[in-house]
Write a protein that binds this ligand. Structure first.
Ligand code: ZN
Length: 498
């Protein structure tokens, strides 16, 4: 009997006698240079099966135990991820630059489990996923490294047979040393967070303070920006703005140093990766919205410094709180977002990047339409919440443990996340029936509670092994849940189907 479809003759009886009970992921069966590979799982773990005649070099490249009949059971470790992705046996399992892709979706997989559901949804749409996407804070909260994040994705991409390409984003990085860690893990996308190097406070300074600070800057540079922007205007009608001398001075004081740093980072990326990278410029982690005139200044200054950036994340008007829909004046959002989109179209055609973008269903139609789908949307925690939803449905006892851990850690986590949930509105989970628990994932307060406390929950020594064991058991449920959730996102954004 032949397994792996019709491509290799391996006796299935022998296989199961040697490896015990397992199932093969049907989309993961591939030939390569005389070897056949497949991803499999039993009730405890996933592994690769490699079958090949003696002396085959693909077979030799994978680590693992060889069975009496000559099959290899290869663990999902760093060496075998490298064999799949980096030694070019299956280059599509490695992340790539998405510079040329018009619509990209940052999926973010904090658990190393969600990418299968992301792929299941997005493969039917005209968009490319950034499957691996983590900030340093997320790595700290989940106890992972960039290498592990990428390796987990490599295996999940192989498992699904998804060959359309995907990205990997070292998210919200502020220092070259952190960027180097992401680059060393082969992440082609870097989101450069300028919040600490820009002088955001100067947004609130009086004009006299701005003028004084401006007068202390390099005078040749001051003359250059005044010459470049004096009397320049953008747009028409009610949304037109003029770069007054006051605005030019304020922008120079606020962003000058940050833009110089962006150039240093760009040159660094270029030296390390040629043209095979995506640089996102992020100014969203500030207290006040990015004014269109400031966005305009930043974009033009980056271009004049020779910085080729793929996307830019302004801070938008209103609130993009984690886990819930947009809060704010929708008409004003639409008006300002259109100007941001128009600036990007006029200067370089980079993508507008929307951070904390999951579940912001109210603004999706505007975001999709105004950008003409040339956009990057970042999501992350929402896929964690879908995992919590699966636990609430399938393992109520574990859900209650997680919920109580979340309550106990909530005040600590509030220091890291700006959310406004009144968690006293959530009932006592001990007094709810099992059947009532999944509905908590529809409640804004409970969603925000569970969203911001993923770190303490995942670090809890009792909960962590129980959680991952349950997620392994309910793998297919999680995939389906994430798939449906992302289909909703993609559809409301207006991403065309393939
Ligand atoms: Zn952000």
């Amino acid at each position: 009997m032949k397994i792996f479809g019709k491509r290799a003759s391996v006796d299935e009886t022998v296989l199961h006698k040697e490896l015990g009970e397992f199932r093969i992921y049907p989309e993961s069966v591939f030939d390569k240079d005389g070897a056949v590979l497949a991803m499999a799982r039993n009730d405890r773990e996933k592994f690769l099966i490699v079958a090949a005649p003696a002396g085959n070099k693909v077979f030799a490249a994978f680590e693992g135990e060889v069975t009496p009949s000559g099959l290899k059971k290869a663990p999902l470790n760093a060496a075998n991820a490298a064999a799949l992705a980096l030694r070019h046996f299956f280059p599509w399992t490695a992340p790539v630059s998405l510079r040329e892709r018009k619509t990209t979706i940052g999926c973010g997989d904090r658990l190393g489990l969600a990418s299968v559901g992301h792929i299941a949804a997005i493969r039917h749409f005209k968009a490319t996923p950034v499957l691996a996407q983590q900030s340093m804070r997320e790595l700290d909260m989940t106890g992972r490294t960039y290498r592990q994040v990428v390796d987990d994705t490599v295996f999940l991409v192989f498992q699904t047979g998804f060959q359309d390409g995907y990205g990997a984003d070292g998210d919200h990085l502020k220092k070259i040393s952190d960027i180097d860690v992401a680059l060393a893990a082969d992440m082609p996308m870097i989101t450069l967070d300028l919040s600490e190097v820009m002088l955001a406070a100067a947004g609130d300074w009086s004009q006299a303070q701005i003028d004084e600070a401006f007068s202390k800057l390099d005078q040749a540079e001051c003359k250059r920006v005044m010459d470049a922007y004096h009397g320049v205007s953008f747009g028409s009608g009610a949304d037109a703005f003029e770069m007054t001398d006051d605005i030019i001075r304020r922008c120079t004081v606020m962003y000058g140093k940050a833009l110089d740093f962006a150039k240093v980072v760009y040159d660094h990326l270029k030296a390390k990766r040629g043209d095979h990278f995506d640089l996102e410029i992020s100014i969203d982690e500030t207290t006040s919205p990015t004014l269109p005139s400031h966005h305009y200044f930043i974009a033009r200054e980056l271009i004049s410094r020779g910085v080729h950036f793929t996307s830019l994340a302004p801070r938008f008007i209103g609130e993009f709180q984690k886990a819930i829909d947009y809060i704010g004046d929708l008409a004003e959002f639409d008006r300002q977002f259109k100007v941001h989109a128009d600036i990007s179209k006029a200067y370089g055609g980079y993508k507008i990047s929307v951070h904390s973008g999951s579940d912001k269903f109210a603004v999706y139609p505007t975001v999709g339409t105004m950008t003409g789908m040339r956009l990057h949307l970042k999501t992350a925690g929402t896929s964690w919440l879908e995992a919590v939803r699966v636990i609430a449905r399938k393992d109520p006892g574990l859900y209650r443990k997680m919920h109580k851990k979340a309550l106990a850690s909530f005040d600590d986590m509030l220091r890291l996340y700006h959310i406004t949930a009144d968690i006293s509105k959530i009932g006592n989970v001990d007094q709810m029936s099992d059947a009532e628990l999944p509905a908590l994932m529809e409640m804004a307060e409970a969603r925000q509670l569970l969203h911001i406390t993923y770190g303490p929950i995942l670090k809890d020594p009792e909960i962590r092994p129980l959680f991952f064991a349950a997620m392994f058991k309910f793998e297919d449920d999680y995939t389906e849940t994430v798939k449906q959730h992302f289909e909703k996102h993609l559809t409301l954004l207006g991403v065309p189907e393939k």
